[in-house]
Design a protein around this ligand. Structure first.
Ligand code: AMP
Ligand code: ZN
Length: 271
């Protein structure tokens, strides 16, 4: 089967080891569900990690789906409740940030920064070797194009099927096993295997710029998207060489790895 073959090839390319412990970031959506399902099917050592964003009915459905998946796959699930840990739902935190920073920061950008910050910290506490997310070919093509259109292709340099700033003791390497796989194929696979998936979109996903870029990537064929990401791999290799040994700093406020003195999370939370 083509999707399973591509998935395996990506794992070979990034030299994933069956002994290392991998934390799969599970949202309840099709992509991360298929990621966990296939990693388990191919014998990798995985546990699940879900951030309960406390966004009403949508979050309840996501939690139910993730619990069902982990019970079906017989894997351990770690749930991080944002309300308990951070004092409010994602909607509450996001609105507070937008109120203090003006409307410039988009919903998905804020949520993305917070989720990555949480994932890295919790993965470190759980002493796992890697974090796997469900980002697919379409997500990655959109992100790459958005970075180019913003004039910052270097923002994509550390990304890829495996993150490239390895070797930092506080930064947990992230992998994206679906990096080269088309979104429609993933949806078809999840349906065929009847996996417990929430198909509705996040009610807060209103990032208009990404929606516009998605309209464009939806008009491309699978081959065209694959070619864009081949160019991505070449460009990212070249930028990596230029950056050579440039290391990560640690945020002066929270101590997490960061490119700048203050990480993006702390810069958002304290103006
Ligand atoms: P998104 O940023 O919503 O497109 O999600 C990208 C990836 O991040 C997903 O495929 C998951 O691996 C992970 N992710 C998103 N939301 C959550 C969540 N609430 N809990 C755990 N992982 C998540
Ligand atoms: Zn910080």
């Amino acid at each position: 089967m083509e999707l399973e073959q591509k998935f395996k090839q990506t794992l070979e390319k990034i030299k994933l080891n069956k002994k290392e412990k991998i934390l799969v970031a599970l949202s309840g959506g099709k992509d991360s569900t298929v990621t966990a399902y296939l990693l388990k099917k191919f014998g990798y050592n995985i546990e699940g990690f879900h951030i309960n964003l406390s966004m009403g009915d949508y979050s309840k459905k996501c939690l139910d789906a993730v619990e069902k998946l982990c019970s079906d796959l017989k894997i351990k699930l770690h749930v991080y409740n944002i309300k308990d840990e951070m004092g409010g739902s994602m909607c509450y935190i996001r609105t507070a940030i937008q109120t203090s920073h003006g409307k410039g920061l988009k919903n998905c950008a804020i949520c993305g920064v917070i989720k990555k910050w949480i994932m890295n910290r919790e993965a470190r506490k759980l002493k796992v070797e890697k974090i796997a997310t469900g980002h697919n070919l379409d997500d990655e093509t959109q992100t790459f194009l958005m970075n180019i259109l913003k004039g910052s292709p270097q923002l994509s340099a550390n990304s890829g099927a495996i993150t490239k700033n390895k070797g930092d003791k506080k930064f947990i390497t992230r992998i994206k096993p679906l990096f080269y796989i088309d979104e429609n194929d993933i949806r078809g696979y999840a349906k065929k295997k009847k996996l417990p998936v929430v198909y509705e979109k996040c009610p807060c996903a209103l990032d208009s710029y990404r929606i516009q870029i998605r309209q464009f990537t939806n008009s491309l064929t699978k081959k065209e998207k694959e070619n864009i990401m081949k160019n991505f791999d070449r460009l990212s290799e070249r930028i990596q060489k230029l950056k050579s040994e440039e290391g990560l700093n640690y945020c002066e406020k929270c101590g997490e790895p960061s490119r700048n003195k203050i990480c993006r999370m702390c810069a958002m939370i304290k103006k």
